[in-house]
Structure formats: structure tokens, C-alpha cells
Design a protein around this ligand. Structure first.
Ligand SMILES: [Zn+2]
Length: 70
């Protein structure tokens, strides 16, 4: 069962969707996306804010099964 994270669910104005088979895979993709696309916002955060952000991102990950009927 695939998992996905909508960047907009983390509070960003962005339609990127990270996808993977596991939450860890999704988080790896999301981290790379945040660094390359939201690098400015990420570097403006304190370490504490950044880990809070990553924590809320992880809780926003959900199954794609609802949309994945092909
Ligand atoms: Zn984004």
C-alpha cells in the first residue's frame, strides 16, 4: 500500500506530492523536496522549528489507496 504526503498539508503553498511505499521513503523524498524547493523557508527555521515541521509532515502522511484505483 503506497503512502503519500501533500506538501500543502505541511502549510506550504505548493502542490508537490511525495510518494513512497513506506513513511520513511516518503520522508526522504519530502526532505529533498523541501531542501531544493523550500530551501529558503527551511534555512530560516531554527533547528527546533525544523524538527517540529518534519514531525508534523510525518503525521500528515496518508495512504494513497483511495486515489489509486486504476
Ligand atoms: Zn513543496
Amino acid at each position: 500500500m503506497a503512502r503519500e504526503l501533500h506538501c500543502s498539508d505541511t502549510g506550504m503553498q505548493c502542490d508537490y506530492i511525495a510518494k513512497g511505499d513506506t513513511d520513511d521513503e516518503v520522508m526522504d523524498q519530502a526532505k529533498q523536496h523541501v531542501m531544493s524547493t523550500h530551501g529558503e523557508a527551511a534555512s530560516a527555521m531554527s533547528d527546533q522549528d525544523r524538527s517540529k515541521f518534519m514531525e508534523s509532515a510525518r503525521t500528515a502522511i496518508h495512504d494513497t489507496s483511495v486515489h489509486d484505483r486504476q
